[in-house]
Design a protein around this ligand. Sequence first.
Ligand SMILES: NC(=O)c1ccc[n+]([C@@H]2O[C@H](COP(=O)([O-])OP(=O)(O)OC[C@H]3O[C@@H](n4cnc5c(N)ncnc54)[C@H](O)[C@@H]3O)[C@@H](O)[C@H]2O)c1
Length: 437
Amino acid sequence: MASELIFRGHEESLPTGAPGHTPKPHHKPLAARPLRYLLAEQRLLFALLGMALAAAVFLNAPSASGTAATSSSTNPGAGSAATTVAAGLARRQDAHAAVGGERERRAARVPLGVRLRVLRVLVTGGAGFVGSHLVDRLLERGDSVIVVDNFFTGRKENLAHHDPATAALEVIRHDVVEPALLEVDRIYHLACPASPVHYKHNPVKTAKTSVVGTLNMLGLAKRVGARFLLTSTSEVYGDPLQHPQVETYWGNVNPIGVRSCYDEGKRTAETLAMDYHRAANLEVRIARIFNTYEPRMCIDDGRVVSNFVAQALRKEPLTVYGDGKQTRSFQYVSDLVEGLMKLMEGEHVGPFNLGNPGEFTMLELARVVQETIDRGARIEFRPNTADDPHKRKPDIARAKQLLGWEPKVPLREGLPLMVQDFRARIFGDGQQAAQPQ
Ligand SMILES: NC(=O)c1ccc[n+]([C@@H]2O[C@H](COP(=O)([O-])OP(=O)(O)OC[C@H]3O[C@@H](n4cnc5c(N)ncnc54)[C@H](O)[C@@H]3O)[C@@H](O)[C@H]2O)c1
């Protein structure tokens, strides 16, 4: 019995028609069965139709927002939490798309769940005068921008013209002396008081901002793999013994003077940037900025251009420190911003001098201000401040050659643009101000 259960081979040996032989049904080959199943009851047709429908939906899906918006409008009663959130997001994205220009139009073709790669840029000190102009340009280019600023000298009004509901801009009140963790691709590190009045106000904090603040931002850049640009200064040349100043010149800086918190702070910041570059392979860029001017400058920040313009408008004497023969060069902010962006996106570490090589004595500058605002403005001489550099003029050959950059706006064109803004800020409606001549 047991052997019968296991062994059936004896059946094969029985002759056909012999008693006990039941003929087996004739089976078709196994492979033919699924095919038969598929062809039966028009299953193949339905499968093909389904595939065609899915392909059409995928290819024509307008975007994450579009899809979500459609689902909420065509199924008003569906009302699931997911649909509501998706619809809310879709409305925000649609509003953004309306003003976001080309970038958003391109994003509209991206299927649900897939994000278009936009450059995420952190600008520390982005509420300051250079920073806010840089932010304007980055947003114009289509980047997503985060500003980190403690508003020591920066002003929210400098960014107020960007609609918070639609601009790809986020402003965070934060002091760079404390670490921050943000996911970004580029860091423009500008946070630092820049005018003598401001950086001498709390010199220890200035040094801390330059050194600890830069260390924190370099650490962040390393952690998230971002490219880092330091806005250094022509002050690293101190009272220069070489004229004009080339990037290879190491400078002549007093390490214990009243300006040292700024000058030495920036020199250390450059050192840290280069050490991160060498030791941690961090992509860094260093700009040495020469005197820059523009409309959003703080009115009474003690920088010579803003000083003269504000004094001439208020009908006060123009204060010239020393004999007025010390020289400076003045670049308009749009030229600087252009240079910073070229440097960031270029391949060279630097340092690069970014400044206008047009050189003016303080007395010449005072005369340009008189010609622009008030020919009758008086000049008043005062004793010079400590460690005031005698000469300053950038050699920009390196920036010209490697970045293809040079400034375009001469002082006599840039100054009137600044006067208009200062007049409005000092006098409100500008009625009491001296008129340009
Ligand atoms: N404007 C120039 O002529 C010039 C020249 C050389 C270098 N620079 C450099 O360019 C950068 C911008 O200068 P600016 O002229 O726009 O000056 P600014 O004072 O208008 O801007 C500096 C910004 O940094 C912010 N800030 C200061 N300390 C901070 C901190 N601890 N944490 C966070 N934010 C802080 C300020 O609130 C401000 O918004 C500075 O690094 C400066 O050293 C400027």
